[in-house]
Structures are given as C-alpha cells and as structure tokens.
Design a protein around this ligand. Structure first.
Ligand code: CP
Length: 305
C-alpha cells in the first residue's frame, strides 16, 4: 500500500507517468468514467478548503466512485477530542482511500502510519501540499511544454507558503531550473529550504524584495497569498498583506510567454484586471488539479485502465 505525503514520494519517472496519465484523462475522459466504480474516497478536512477538497471529490465522481467525509474539524468528532490516529482507523473501515488536510505539520504522516487504506496529504500546516505540487507541475508541463530549463519566480509569503516549499522540492530534480525568491524580509523562505534544499543541491537562486526588479526575466511567476491564518499577530498581517499586487503595469514588464500561476485562493495580490491576460493561467491550473487527482487516485489504488 502506498501513501502520498510529500511530492518526493514519487521518483521523477513515476511523476512523468502520473502526468502522462493526467494528460490522457484530459484527452479521453470517457475512458475513465467507470474506473473507480464501487470505490469510495473519504475527504477529512480539519482546515477550510474549496479547491483541494472539491477537486478530490470531483475527481472521484468523474471516475465513477463515491465520496464521503467532513469539511471542518467542528463537524467531526475531533471537536470531542478524537485523535487523528483513531479517526483514520475508523475511516479505513468506511472508505478505500482518504485525503486529509490538517493544520498541524505531520498530521497526515501520523494518519498514514495507522491507516489500512492509502492516505493523501492534502496540506499539513505550513509544511507540504503535495497534490497542489502535482497540479502545478501538470500546469507548467502542459502549458510550457517542459519542466526543465525554466526560471521560476515565487512571490509573496515564502515563509508559511507550503505550496512554495513543495514545488521548490519537486522542481530541483529537473535540470536547468533557477529560482527568484521575491518576498518581504519577514516572509523569506525558511532556512531549511535555503540551506538544505537549494544550497545543498547547488541550485541557482536569488532573493529579492521588489517584484518589478525580477518579473522581466521570469518564465513562470508563482504568486502566493499572505496567509492570515498562519500569523500570530494581526498587526504584522495587516502590514504585509498588500505588499505585492500584480497588476497590468507589472505584467507589461514581463515576457510575452511568462505564465502566472497561483494556488488560489487569492485575496489582493493579483488584481482582477490581470485575469483576462492570456498569461494568467491560475483558473486553468484549478482545472488541471482535477485531472492530476484522478491520476493520483488511480495510481494509489493500483487501477489500470
Ligand atoms: N490551493 C488550495 O489548496 O486551495 P484550497 O485551500 O481552496 O483547497
């Protein structure tokens, strides 16, 4: 039995196969419409979500399976003090596969250790968000045509942004990838990413504060939200929440084929005036999330079509 805790749980070859399967699902959805007949997906979300939970549910429904679960800790027995370990042992009796999101780092790993069904980490605190990474990789691969030899700018909250940490970890395995890390001083990437991931693997990167200084050179701009829920103090959040706003004037400085990705939800960091720019692909990215989660469910359940 296999779980997904971290994007690095898959080798590059396995990721290539997963992305190829997602491509085939996009091209031939009918072929997969009954692949999971009789199977059940549990979505156990202890933290709010729109895309991840609903795209998992759409993915399983598209495959002919069924879904069950809870959308907040308050609507589960966690509110009465039940542990994640006990909950997953029970869910294992009801479902064939489980996607779990939890505010605590490592909660999905704990669940996987007690589970008798495959567990997918759907986000654990500020740590990892591997299925968002699969979505991002599929989006870049489909729209850019490659994952190697690209300059990727990450902009916003690089300290708490788990999607950023996961995607950096995944992209360093491809040759010729360079990073521009754009953030306020207080929200720079954690030192374990800078030292243990980037420096330890000799990956070229620079850290900058101003988006205007970086945007002209980028192949991919990955915008992120400043996450209110990760701040200890409202004053700091208010000071930093509008630090970056991508608007038409900044897009005019970018290459014609630069792509703008964002895991969403967005707050103010991308002006709505950018939405109609063909380089703004964040809503397409949300659609790719369904195809890649369909591919992941099939892979973890060992179903071949
Ligand atoms: N991108 C993402 O994780 O969105 P949700 O929080 O809505 O699931």
């Amino acid at each position: 039995m296999r779980h997904l805790m971290n994007p690095l749980d898959f080798t590059v070859e396995e990721l290539d196969e997963l992305l190829a399967l997602a491509d085939d699902i996009e091209a031939n959805p009918g072929k997969y419409a009954h692949a999971c007949d009789g199977k059940k997906l549990a979505t156990c979300f202890y933290e709010p979500s729109t895309r991840t939970r609903l795209s998992f549910e759409a993915a399983m429904l598209n495959l002919g399976g069924s879904v069950l679960g809870f959308a907040s800790a308050d609507s589960s027995s966690a509110a009465k003090g039940e542990s994640v370990s006990d909950t997953i042992r029970v869910i294992s009796c009801y479902a064939d596969i489980c996607a779990i999101r939890h505010p605590k780092e490592g909660a999905a790993l704990v669940a996987s250790q007690k589970s008798s069904i495959p567990v997918i980490n759907a986000g654990d605190g500020g740590h990892q968000h591997p299925t968002q990474t699969l979505t991002d990789l599929l989006t870049i691969h489909s729209l850019k045509g490659r994952l190697d030899h690209i300059k990727v700018g990450f902009c916003g909250d690089l300290k708490f942004g788990r999607t950023v940490h996961s995607l950096i970890n995944a992209l360093i395995r491809y040759p010729g990838v360079e990073f521009v890390l754009i953030s306020p001083e207080e929200l720079r990437v954690p030192s374990y990413i800078r030292t243990d991931v980037l420096e330890a693997n000799d990956i070229p990167f620079v850290e900058m504060v101003k988006l205007e200084d970086a945007i002209g050179d980028l192949d991919i701009l990955y915008m992120t939200r400043v996450q209110r829920e990760r701040f200890f103090n409202e004053e700091d959040y208010v000071r930093m929440k509008d630090f970056y706003i991508l608007d038409k004037a900044k897009m005019a400085m970018a290459k014609d084929d630069m792509l703008v990705l964002h895991p969403l939800p967005r707050v103010n960091e991308i002006s709505v005036e950018v939405d109609d720019d063909p380089r703004a692909v964040y809503f397409k990215q949300a659609q790719y999330g369904v195809y890649v989660r369909m591919a992941l469910i099939l892979t973890l359940l060992g179903i071949q079509v």
